[in-house]
Design a protein. Structure first.
Length: 276
């Protein structure tokens, strides 16, 4: 009886702490959405007002004056194409390192991961000059290439860990049956690790969608994604908090809904191979 009571108390405490952490994480999003329905005057009020007369004026401004659909289209194209391209490159790379490792494999993996520790501003000038000389400034193609390259280390690392959990006996059986390399990857390896591959794709998509540094420095108007739209509400006159919140809400809403719909697949993929 005592053991059961302690278990109930422990479970209750864990539940309360979980809800508190979730509320703490969600509060900035809640406040952003709340501010998006305020006027600029209410958004600057001190102390902040929780009760006010809501307005949709900020959303009308974002849609009509900022050409939201163009920015959203750029974000969708750049994020999806770069993520798909990263998967096409990452799967063969992870396959070779997982099933045909050499003494330098771990070194290569660590080197790829170390590139994520480099501050982007440190390579801004050479990449900007390369993009300028290749006529890739303010183009979706340029951002697709950049996003693919910056996400590729994480993509390869994740796929590599999933492939390492696949028993080699299965692949050896495929080879004995005469399966080619393409058939082995397409019909055996990919279906087995589909959960992990899906979570990798979703993570790459989210990272590409939220990338702001390169979009602000390599685009002007034609290829600018939603992150550039948000930054456009910062001006020498100050920040338009209400309109900035409306633009931010419209920017995060699509990926937030997509992530919510795909959460089961994402959790399943991230825990793939954790329990054997």
């Amino acid at each position: 009886m005592k053991l059961h009571t302690e278990k109930v108390v422990k479970l209750t405490l864990v539940t309360i702490v979980s809800w508190l952490v979730a509320a703490l994480i969600f509060f900035p999003i809640f406040w952003m959405i709340l501010t998006s329905f305020k006027t600029e005057l209410n958004a600057f009020s001190s102390p902040p007002s929780l009760f006010f007369w809501p307005t949709l004026e900020n959303y009308f401004v974002v849609f009509e004056r900022s050409d939201y659909l163009r920015y959203a289209f750029n974000s969708v194209v750049i994020s999806f194409v770069s993520s798909i391209l990263a998967m096409f490159i990452g799967i063969p790379a992870a396959y070779s390192m997982a099933f045909f490792p050499t003494k330098r494999t771990q070194g290569v993996l660590l080197w790829m991961l170390s590139t994520k520790m480099l501050p982007p501003v440190g390579v801004l000038v050479p990449i900007y000059l390369l993009a300028r000389d290749a006529s890739l400034l303010d183009t979706r193609t340029g951002l697709v290439i950049i996003y693919t390259l910056i996400n590729l280390p994480i993509v390869i690392w994740m796929i590599y860990t999933y492939f390492k959990d696949v028993p080699k006996d299965i692949l050896e059986a495929c080879r004995m049956d005469g399966a080619s390399l393409w058939q082995e990857i397409r019909h055996v390896l990919v279906p087995i690790t589909m959960g992990g591959l899906s979570s990798t794709f979703l993570l790459s998509l989210i990272l590409s969608w939220n990338e702001a540094f390169w979009s602000l420095n390599l685009t002007a108007s034609q290829a600018a994604p939603l992150t550039a739209l948000i930054a456009s509400y910062s001006s020498p006159e100050g920040l338009f908090w209400a309109k900035l919140s409306a633009a931010s809400t419209l920017a995060v809403a699509p990926i937030l809904v997509f992530g919510w719909i795909s959460q089961k697949q994402l959790v399943r993929g991230l825990t793939f191979g954790a329990v054997k």
